[in-house]
Design a protein around this ligand. Structure first.
Ligand SMILES: *Cc1c(COP(=O)(O)O)cnc(C)c1O
Length: 396
């Protein structure tokens, strides 16, 4: 684990608390000026003092101080050993998958992010990787899906968009008994809500585009690892394939992680209130939110998560009703993505999950009447009023 960071003004130790880590981990005042904020090192190369003598920076695909600060910051936030930042969440996932070789098999959470499914099925199958999609919220399904050539268990919890929960500790134990390593896509929860490495996972991946950056103004991804052999390979492949996060985006995400705890507290609080409101509304057929006592895995969510996250999905009975609601909101923005300070509302079947075949969508609960909300940090009464007036327009 990360042991100690040195600063001119603060020493961050093993026992530093979460908010302090978010603000300080991985960052030292700029050595040339003392600037408290790591500058955007917008440079492609670095001058060397003499042949073979340099400051640890040679070429910016390989090393960049702004990116390095972000990588150390998020590694500490996730309680990992090292972080690697990529141009997008998908680029980060792509890099992780290069830990495998042709012939290897992966067990995957069945209602995983649509882009993950597309990467695995449309790209990586070409390289003779094999995937089985199972409901990882059922430990027996994981156990039964592991084959002699299974190398990786790829989990997403809570899932997108119906927020099913996998017990990371139980899943990791099953995987490790069979020599399988565990990757968790922690984008939906954020490390404030849940830290998979603490439950035994080996690698965490994020689309930083979402809660880590938190302001809907950057696309990026990051991988945090703990095992030396993973770290060594990820460092190598980040440079070899070169899908790195640029310095401007690294700086934006660093700015985002500083306020992660207070943003997540508000995301959690607002989402809980809206979920209760929707659950009590006569025009809403069903609400998916781990914070509701009616959620099938509410007890597990309470153990594994701090708060229940900012995502809610709900069913309105028919596509027409969903359409009316989506076209009637005024404050909530009709848009893909999630995790920003502003509330976004979307229709998974035709937006985020459009690349998933219809029969698979049905199997994973992405019905045509399903609406997803990424609850922002606006005033809760304004959010409630917006949903109320939009629901008024929905036919009984
Ligand atoms: C957005 C997202 C991704 C992909 O990240 P990009 O930054 O869009 O490439 C992967 N997993 C989850 C859960 C996501 O929400």
């Amino acid at each position: 684990m990360i042991t100690e960071y040195s600063f001119a003004h603060v020493k961050l130790r093993d026992n530093a608390r979460f908010s302090t880590i978010c603000i300080h981990a991985g960052q030292t005042p700029d050595p040339s000026t003392g600037a408290i904020i790591t500058p955007i090192y917008q440079t492609s190369t670095y001058v060397q003092d003499a042949l073979g003598v340099h400051k640890g920076y040679e070429y910016a695909r390989t090393q960049n101080p702004t990116r390095a600060a972000l990588e150390a910051n998020v590694a500490a936030i996730e309680n990992g050993k090292a972080g690697f930042a990529f141009a997008s969440g998908m680029a980060a996932e792509g890099a992780i998958m290069t830990l495998l070789q042709s012939g290897d098999h992966v067990v995957v959470t069945d209602n995983t992010y649509g882009g993950t499914y597309r990467l695995f099925e449309r790209v990586l199958r070409k390289y003779q990787l094999d995937f089985s999609y199972v409901d990882t919220s059922q430990p027996d399904q994981i156990r039964n899906a592991i084959q002699p050539n299974t190398k990786m268990l790829f989990l997403e919890t809570p899932t997108n968009p119906v927020l099913r929960i996998t017990d990371i500790a139980v899943a990791s134990q099953i995987a490790h008994e069979r020599g399988v390593f565990v990757v968790v896509d922690n984008t939906f929860a954020s490390p404030f809500v849940q830290r998979p490495l603490d439950f035994g996972a080996d690698i965490v991946v994020h689309s930083t585009t979402k809660f880590l950056n938190g302001h809907s103004d950057s696309v990026g991804g990051i991988v945090v690892a703990v095992r030396d052999e993973h770290i060594e390979w990820l460092k190598f492949v980040q440079n070899a394939e070169g899908a790195i996060l640029g310095p401007m985006d690294a700086w934006l995400v660093l700015r985002g992680t500083k306020t992660l705890p207070i943003r997540m507290e508000r995301h959690n609080a607002n989402a809980e209130v809206l979920a209760e409101y929707l659950a009590s509304h006569p025009k809403v057929k069903r609400v998916h939110y781990p914070g509701l006592a009616s959620h099938p895995q509410h007890a597990l969510a309470t153990r594994q998560m701090r708060g229940f996250g900012g995502l809610i999905s709900f069913e309105l009975g028919t596509f027409r009703r969903a359409e009316t609601l989506l076209n009637s909101v005024r404050l909530m923005a009709l848009a893909e993505s999630l995790g920003g300070v502003e509330t976004l509302i979307s229709h998974p079947a035709t937006m985020t999950h459009a690349s998933v075949p219809a029969e698979r969508r049905a199997a994973i609960g992405v019905t045509d009447d399903l609406v997803r909300v990424s609850v922002g940090i606006e005033d809760i009464d304004d959010l409630k009023e917006d949903l109320a007036q939009a629901l008024d327009k929905v036919q009984n």
